[in-house]
Design a protein around this ligand. Structure first.
Ligand SMILES: NC(=O)c1ccc[n+]([C@@H]2O[C@H](COP(=O)([O-])OP(=O)(O)OC[C@H]3O[C@@H](n4cnc5c(N)ncnc54)[C@H](O)[C@@H]3O)[C@@H](O)[C@H]2O)c1
Length: 309
């Protein structure tokens, strides 16, 4: 897909992080936006940020874990926009906890958003995407869909599955008009830790802390991890630009960030011990990476969201 102009893009999780900047960058490129988000405050903020672009913007309060709501969404978007050309299944959350101490409720929360939400949305939108002369389905996995660390078992389970699902779908749709993309970000500076759950009754530190925390003096609380995560990753506008370039170039696998690329190489080189290599590059990359937004983008992205749908 060479141009986004006059296309209609559905984006889930559009109230924060990569979803918000995908919306801004797509609107800047002339695409009409159906912004979907569980949090009505952050959704309204994103919509306000789109007001200067000469495109149609609709906002949809949506819980991607709600199957009936996802099934109803294509009709609502088509009623407003006339068609759908791109679907970004971007919404995601995590729980930082060992598997043994994770409640079933926490497991289901992540699984239903990160995996079932992607599958149900793909199922609901595909028939409509296939009617378009060119279309794209963009599912967000993670570098955690390629490597696994402790305390992220449910996130890994969902993100590995998103990758398998999306790669299979890409092969099935190879000769159709629908491009299928799987996105694998590394560390992007977003609110994902703020928006996620953490088992703070456990003594051992989170996987992120093990990677870089000891060297950088990072504490163990959710607040400290959330601030560290937001302030030390690639700026989400840069990540969103990389994702959109991948769609333009029809790359079925979109790696976002040098850390993601090096982690992928590490797991190919040493499939059982790759995490031992990570500090060699994650620490320098955390210090050196460009954390500033791309030109013309709003800087503040500090919405501490509360799930409201
Ligand atoms: N930030 C990273 O380092 C990173 C790395 C790899 C993958 N990812 C993935 O990228 C995607 C975007 O995450 P982000 O980092 O921008 O996080 P974020 O928390 O800034 O944004 C995610 C958005 O999804 C929304 N959301 C949560 N549950 C929802 C639901 N049930 N229905 C609808 N919306 C919901 C949140 O309210 C939030 O606005 C996620 O799938 C995440 O797993 C992020």
């Amino acid at each position: 897909m060479k141009s986004f102009s006059n296309k209609v893009a559905v984006i889930t999780g559009a109230g924060s992080g990569m979803g918000r900047y995908l919306a801004i960058l797509l609107a800047r490129a002339g695409a009409n936006i159906a912004a979907c988000e569980i949090n009505k405050t952050s959704l309204a903020e994103t919509v306000a940020l789109l007001k200067d672009y000469q495109v149609k913007v609709t906002s949809h309060i949506l819980d991607v874990a709600d199957k009936a709501a996802i099934e109803a969404l294509p009709e609502q978007v088509i009623a407003e926009h006339g068609a759908v050309d791109m679907v970004f299944n971007n919404a995601g959350v995590t729980v930082d906890s060992t598997f043994e101490n994770m409640s079933e409720d926490d497991w289901d929360w992540v699984f239903n958003i990160n995996l079932q939400g992607v599958i149900n949305s793909s199922r609901a939108f595909l028939p409509h995407l296939k009617q378009r002369p060119e279309a794209a389905l963009i599912n967000t996995s993670s570098i955690f869909g390629m490597i696994a660390l402790e305390r992220q078992s449910v996130y890994h389970t969902a993100k590995f599955a998103v990758r398998g699902f999306t790669e299979s779908l890409a092969k099935e749709l190879k000769s159709s008009s629908v491009q299928v993309h799987c996105v694998h970000p590394g560390h992007i500076g977003t609110n994902i830790v703020t928006n996620s759950r953490m088992n703070q009754s456990e003594e051992s530190a989170g996987s992120l802390q093990r990677l870089v925390g000891k060297v950088m003096g990072l504490g163990n609380s959710k607040e400290e991890l959330a601030a560290f995560f937001l302030n030390n990753g690639m700026h989400p506008s840069r990540a969103s630009q990389i994702i959109l370039n991948g769609v333009r170039k029809n790359r079925s696998r979109i790696m976002v960030g040098t850390d993601a690329k090096l982690m992928d190489i590490a797991q190919r080189l040493t499939p059982m011990h790759y995490e031992k290599l990570f500090p060699l590059f994650t620490i320098p990359l955390t210090l050196l990476r460009n954390k500033k937004p791309i030109k013309g983008m709003p800087t503040e992205d500090t919405t501490a969201t509360e799930q409201t749908a």
